[in-house]
Design a protein around this ligand. Sequence first.
Ligand code: PFF
Length: 475
Amino acid sequence: MVATTKTGEGWSSRSAFILAAIGAAVGLGNVWRFPTLAGENGGGAFVLFYVACVVLLGLPLVLSEIFIGRAGQTDAVGSIKKVAADSGVSSRWSVFGAIGAIAAFLILSFYSVVAGWVLYYVGVMGADLMQAIGSGDPFRGALAGESQEAIQGRMGDLFASPMLLLAMHFVFMGGTLYIVARGVHGGIEKAATWLMPAFFALLVGITIYGAIVGDMGDALAFLFTPDWSRLTPQAMNEALGQALFSLSLGVAGLITYGSYIREGHKLGSTSAAIAVADTSVALLAGLMIFPIVLAVGLDPAAGPTLVFQTLPFAFQSMPAGALIGFLFFVLILVAAITSSISLLEVPTAYGIGELGLRRHSSALLFGGGAFLIGIACLLGYNVWSDVRPLGFWPLFAETDILDTVDGFTGKVMLPLGALLTSLFIGWRADRKLVQQTTGLTGGMFALWRFLIAWLCPIAVTIILVTGLFPAVLGG
Ligand code: PFF
């Protein structure tokens, strides 16, 4: 008999939880955003600083969020209230659970749109692969005979078509909703158990392929040789923000997943496993993408279009590029879905725990709402391309709808959630409760407390201020 939490749900084992949490952490952030940022910021120094952020700030926060969920055993808001009550402090701290749930809801809206682009490329590369097989040459390069302009133009064509964008967004959000509506055990856990092994097999396989046909030496040098002059305050700010996003911090995702844990977990080692896996995947994604990009002499600093425009062209001149290109986009899609289900689970659990909704209705309400906001995001690429939702705010004066939702959640809500989490755990939560629940003692506990009470609040405040007032960084 599976012990259940207040919401009536629970993971069936420790490994099921770890797999689902890794699935939540590993997503577009690892395979799309990390390589993009590492490329734009000159590689090595950014990468090493990023790893330091994960160890010193990310890991303590991962443990804090899982602790809150484990101790609270219900949705994020309810869990924080419970820990606050057990610690004898104000239940108003639960506001960061609400901020997190709203942030997760907003992130889901544009995450599904971007995942929709990936789905479109799965279709493009899939059709190309079928054609290659049909023509008796299954191991040819991708998109044979198409010029570089034509390949890059595909993204523009997609963006110009609201219907196509909408269809992709609909399918992806529908899939996410379907899994979440099936519950923690029958939906989320099952999806993670099937999809994560497939993801890892593809990641390792394509990286080995890149090492054979691409330029691994140059990629290693690019990713790991630091040129400290490239580590500008702006780059540090982006690395810190990316560490939060990639580990799914500040949006109560790990509080929610942690609430489905049963007795007997060692939360310290569980947290470390999640952080190590997430960071390894980001680094491996870099080692998968850059050997291929560099081998063809393309620019690693292409920006957000690196994966969608640069790589398909690179696959053109690679042996079996049609096949590997297709598998590459399948891999990104798999990473995206295990993350989007965790994004939807946060507000869904809130609806169940705080609003008394049934799981189906709650998932439908929040999944449907995020779908509608996503429509606004995708229209921002065509019919609403002039709309600037926060145009009155100089920081977002030039920003389209999708980038505004992304920027506002990433620059304001996520750091704010992380800051309040660290202050709550570092200064307000009952020490005995924390020690008992996490299983941390002695020097490890002291180290963790120091990081969460001092380093995290200071560093996250710096991200918040410099993110909101880029002039501070001279930007
Ligand atoms: N960590 C995910 C990624 O790297 O793509 C994004 C994410 C998922 C953020 C779930 C927050 C979350 F709750």
